[in-house]
Ligand binder design. Structure first.
Ligand SMILES: *Cc1c(COP(=O)(O)O)cnc(C)c1O
Length: 387
C-alpha cells in the first residue's frame, strides 16, 4: 500500500517525541518548531495529557454524544475556565475544518442569509465548506463550484469593510493569518470589523484553530483586540496532540439550534474529552499562556536582531509563539537548512518560514534556531547571487 503524497516527504523517519523535541530512527534529535502544524504546543506527550488519556483508556474510549459520561462533564467544567466570556456553549468535532463547517451552517441557519465573507490569504480548511472560504486558489479552484456566494476582501484594509452589505450571513476571520503567512490582524481593523458586522446583523466567526489555546500570549488571540466573537472555532493544540476540535457560541445562537441540525460519529468521544481536559489542566498548571507571551517576545527580538542585516529578510512578525520570518525569496532552502541543522519548521504563504514552537522552548533552543536561520538565509541569499 502506498500513501497518497498530498504532502511532500521531509525525508526523515520520526520515532519518538518528548516535549519540544522529536527523534528520528537514527537517534538524531530535532527541535520541533513544526509541532504538527502547531498541534504539539503543549509539547509531545505532555505529562498531564498522557495521565488523562491513560486513565480514560482504562474506562471507556468511545461513546456517542447521546450518552453522558463523567469525563465529558469534567471537560465542560474545565472549558468554562478558559472560554471567552459569553461563549458558553460548545460542540466537539474532530478537525479544524469540521469546526469551521459547523460555523458556516449555523450562520446560514441563524441569519437566513447565504453570503459569507472571508479575507485574502485566509486558510480555514480543506473540506468543501471550509475550502470555500480559503483564499489559496491552488487549493480551491480545482474543486469549484463550492459553497457560495463567497466574497474575499483585503485583510487589514478598513476601507474594504465598506463592501460588507446586509445580505451577508457571516464574516470569517483569523486573528493572525497562519497558513497565509503569519500575518497578525491590526487592532483598528478588527475593531472596525466587529462594529460593521454588529451594525448590519452579520455574525462574526473567529477561526482560532491555529491561534487559539495560549499560543499567541492570550488564551484566544482575538482577546488581544478587545473584541467578542459570535462563533469561535478551536482545534490543533486543544487536545494536546489528540485530534479534536470545537465550535463555541453564545446562548442566543445555541438556543436557535435544533436536534438534527448537525451531528458527528466521533466528535467529543470520551478519549477526546480526556485529551481536552488534560490539555486545559496542563495549560493552567504551567502558566503556559504567559510563557508563550514572554518567550515569544524574546524569540522575536532575537530573530529581528540577528536577521536585520539580510536584504532578503522582509520582516519578522507574529504574536507569542506564532512567528514568521518573511523573505523576499522562496523559504524552501532555509527550511531545509534548518532541518539539516536539527530544527523543524514549516512554510507559510509563499515566502515565510513559520515557527510554531511548543511552549517549553528554552533560551538555548532559541539561540540554536536563530543561528540555523541565519545559515539558511545566507545560503538562500548566496544561491540567488550565484544564479
Ligand atoms: C489548520 C487550520 C484549519 C483546518 O484544520 P484541520 O484540523 O486541518 O481540518 C482551519 N483553520 C485554521 C485557521 C487552521 O490553521
Amino acid at each position: 500500500m502506498k500513501l497518497i503524497e498530498f504532502y511532500k516527504g521531509r525525508g526523515i523517519n520520526i520515532v519518538k517525541g518528548e516535549n519540544q523535541y522529536v527523534w528520528d530512527d537514527k537517534g538524531r534529535k530535532y527541535l520541533d518548531l513544526h509541532a504538527g502544524h502547531g498541534v504539539a504546543f503543549l509539547g509531545h506527550r505532555n505529562k498531564i495529557v498522557m495521565e488523562y488519556l491513560q486513565k480514560q483508556m482504562s474506562e471507556i474510549i468511545t461513546l456517542t454524544t447521546a450518552f453522558d459520561t463523567p469525563i465529558r462533564q469534567e471537560m465542560l467544567k474545565e472549558l468554562d475556565t478558559v472560554k471567552p466570556e459569553g461563549l458558553d456553549n460548545v460542540f466537539l468535532l474532530n478537525s479544524g475544518s469540521e469546526a469551521v463547517e459547523l460555523t458556516l451552517k449555523i450562520a446560514r441557519k441563524i441569519t437566513g442569509k447565504k453570503k459569507i465573507i472571508a479575507f485574502k490569504n485566509s486558510f480555514h480548511g480543506r473540506t468543501s465548506g471550509s475550502l470555500s472560504v480559503t483564499w489559496n486558489k491552488r487549493y480551491r479552484e480545482p474543486f469549484e463550484p463550492l459553497l457560495g456566494p463567497i466574497e474575499f476582501l483585503d485583510f487589514n484594509n478598513i476601507e474594504e469593510l465598506n463592501k460588507i452589505d446586509e445580505d451577508t450571513a457571516a464574516v470569517i476571520v483569523e486573528p493572525i493569518q497562519g497558513e497565509g503567512g503569519v500575518i497578525p490582524a491590526h487592532q483598528d481593523f478588527m475593531k472596525a470589523l466587529r462594529e460593521v458586522t454588529q451594525e448590519k446583523n452579520i455574525l462574526l466567526i473567529v477561526d482560532e484553530v491555529q491561534t487559539g489555546f495560549g499560543r499567541t500570549g492570550k488564551i484566544w488571540a482575538h482577546q488581544h483586540f478587545g473584541i467578542k466573537a459570535d462563533l469561535m472555532t478551536a482545534g490543533k493544540a486543544i487536545g494536546g496532540g489528540f485530534p479534536v476540535s470545537a465550535t463555541f457560541m453564545p446562548d442566543w445562537i445555541a438556543e436557535k439550534l435544533e436536534e438534527g441540525d448537525h451531528g458527528t460519529t466521533y466528535g467529543g468521544n470520551p478519549f477526546a474529552a480526556a485529551a481536552v481536559t488534560g490539555a486545559i489542566k496542563a495549560l493552567k498548571a504551567d502558566n503556559v499562556t504567559e510563557q508563550a507571551r514572554i518567550k515569544g517576545e524574546i524569540f522575536m527580538k532575537m530573530l529581528n536582531e540577528a536577521l536585520s542585516d539580510f536584504k532578503i529578510v522582509r520582516e519578522v512578525r507574529g504574536m507569542g509563539l506564532m512567528i514568521g520570518v518573511d523573505l523576499r525569496l522562496n523559504p524552501g532552502l532555509a527550511i531545509k537548512t534548518l532541518q539539516d541543522e536539527g530544527i523543524l519548521s514549516l512554510k507559510a504563504g509563499v515566502s515565510t518560514i513559520r515557527f510554531l514552537s511548543p511552549y517549553m522552548i528554552t533560551q538555548q533552543d532559541m539561540e540554536e534556531t536563530v543561528n540555523a536561520t541565519r545559515k539558511g538565509i545566507s545560503l538562500t541569499e548566496s544561491k540567488k547571487l550565484s544564479s
